[in-house]
Design a protein around this ligand. Structure first.
Ligand SMILES: [Ca+2]
Ligand SMILES: [Ca+2]
Ligand SMILES: [Ca+2]
Length: 304
């Protein structure tokens, strides 16, 4: 009996971990050979696409009968959701974000598609499974989809993203993002990955930052942006002077407040966002410009 219980428990644990091998906020659905997540907070289409992408998934589209039904199982009554079908690249040429054309069995909602005011390039799906076109700037809930890949496993940082590396010296994992973003989008990217914009808590952690930069020389980054600086997790809320971490502590309270000489200088037009130089010395920076950034992640936290 004991052995049987143990065996059954083993099966349950196995199934649970298989279900959660991507992220614990996604649900495995055998019908679609992958994981789905209902994003209940409405977003405009471009933000919806980006959030799914940053979570390691894609904005889901009803590309076949099974996918449509799986999506409808998650959709609430009388709520329209955004799909990944769009014509934002070329008017009327609707494709999913994976590049698939609209399923030939698609049923349209009454009067749709009508490209009203010549301003409707994104497709929604009603809770009865019919599609319509709408303004991409409006907001709707949406679903993200991640296809199952047997070669992907969570690493010691609790994510399938192998750009996260564990540092013994700090007990944290870090990812240096070479694709530059604004501070706000950098914040979004780190959060979507289950981490946060790095908070430097000690001189030891500052040393880790120097090492991380060293592994990401300017020449390894593509694009025309300043490559000797990266956004991290502090900000002064558009005031000037009192910097707080994204957890609300002063830099001193957080454990590290060494600015580069002459910084913070609130350079012309205003610098309100936190960054760090290759030296690990801090700097204030223009929030709206695009720079590299460093995410930090607690290895014990699974991506949720
Ligand atoms: Ca319409
Ligand atoms: Ca830290
Ligand atoms: Ca500055």
């Amino acid at each position: 009996m004991f052995l049987l219980s143990f065996f059954l428990l083993g099966i349950i644990v196995c199934v649970a971990s298989a279900d959660n091998s991507f992220r614990c906020d996604y649900t495995y659905d055998d019908d679609v050979n992958g994981y789905l997540k209902y994003q209940k907070i409405p977003a405009n289409w471009h933000d919806a696409r980006l959030r799914c992408h940053l979570e390691g998934a894609v904005l889901a589209s009803p590309t076949n009968f099974r996918m449509k039904n799986a999506m409808l199982r998650m959709t609430r009554a009388n709520v329209d959701i955004f799909t990944g079908y769009h014509a934002t690249f070329s008017k009327e040429d609707y494709h999913s974000v994976e590049g698939l054309p609209i399923d030939k069995y698609t049923q349209w909602a009454a009067g749709e598609p009508d490209n009203w005011d010549n301003n409707e390039d994104c497709l929604y799906m009603t809770s009865s499974g019919n599609l319509g076109d709408m303004d991409c700037k409006l907001t709707r809930p949406y679903i993200c989809y991640k296809k199952y890949n047997p070669n992907e496993r969570r690493n010691q940082c609790g994510t399938i993203d192998n750009d996260y590396h564990y540092y013994n010296s700090t007990g944290s994992c870090y990812k240096f993002h070479k694709v530059p973003r604004t501070w706000s989008r950098a914040y979004m990217a780190c959060t979507a990955e289950g981490g946060y914009l790095t908070i430097i808590n000690s001189k030891t952690e500052a040393k880790a930052i120097v090492e991380i930069f060293a592994q990401n020389p300017a020449i390894s980054m593509v694009g025309n942006f300043w490559k000797d600086v990266a956004y991290v997790g502090f900000n002064d809320w558009g005031e000037h002077g009192e910097y707080l971490t994204i957890e609300g502590q002063t830099l001193k309270e957080a454990g590290y407040d060494l600015f580069s000489p002459g910084e913070p200088n609130n350079s012309t037009t205003g610098e309100y966002c936190g960054s760090v130089y290759r030296t690990a010395l801090l700097n204030d920076l223009w929030c709206e410009n695009h720079y590299a950034f460093i995410c930090e992640k607690d290895p014990k936290s699974l991506v949720c």
